[in-house]
Design a binder for this molecule. Sequence first.
Ligand code: PMV
Length: 319
Amino acid sequence: MPAITATAPGKIILFGEHAVVYGQPAIAVPVNQVRARAVISARPDQPRGWIHLQAPDIGLENNWGNLPRDHPLIVIIKGVLNAAGIDQPPALTVRVTSTIPIAAGLGSGAAVSVAIIRALSEFLGRPFSDNEISQLAFEVEKLHHGTPSGIDNTVITYEKPIYFIKDSIEKPGKKEVFPVSKPFTIVIGDTGTPSPTAAVVRDVREAWQRDRITFESLFESTGGIVNQARAAIETGDNTALGPLMNENQDILENISVSSGKLAQLIQSARQAGALGAKLSGAGRGGNMIALATREPAGEIANALSTAGATSTIITTVNG
Ligand code: PMV
């Protein structure tokens, strides 16, 4: 049997992170320049039920029986076997590689899940629908993040710009794929500081519990920004996105999820001519994004590198 390969992109949240956990809409887009890749190969020399895992990026190579049951890769594979109703699969090797930086707000965990689920379900002869893939990846996200909104698994499964509203903790949420009237360019800059999403989301929850009135109002304002951004993208009024990004960043600073390094990169992107800039994802570290319509994106990327970004990606958002 030939090896089965599937890949999944990274993602950025353009508008609405954190507020989305509290029921407000958010907009996310795939980032195709970075991807996770899963290759499933048959091992006819081994008995049924034998599974070997290779994840060279994290230095992992082992038989699955030797790994803890709650290891994220085991949870993903078990989830696929359960959903496919297969107890003892034919012997196989799962190899995962990824160019998506870890804990950087680019969706690396969800992309690894989606790539494995897609490849393994196909290998088993039961290819899952996008809906099933997203739902299963959401279950794994809960292990990483505790209370994820479901936006990462959704945008990474469907690989299209999405407007997303969280559902319950049982379901991955409601997505609308919407038209991008005119493509626009985003420059992504990495602070190089890993920032585990779960910790930041927990801090925001504690702050919200202490002062619900202020936080609800900040989240509602974020929802307003997201709706204006969607309208601007749909009508091709891309320059309007810049000020909206800046407004969203002000709110993210107010809820204490920015950082000195993020602020420095955001400032340097704006000085280099970006129409707007903000953090993307959980914040505290990870990545920031800048809208590059007026200036060549390369100049903004250079300015970000000079200001200390450890890597930059230039990506175009289109329908
Ligand atoms: O850091 P990321 O890319 O996983 O994004 C987290 C986005 C949050 O809104 C902060 C959390 C969530 O589950 O939506």
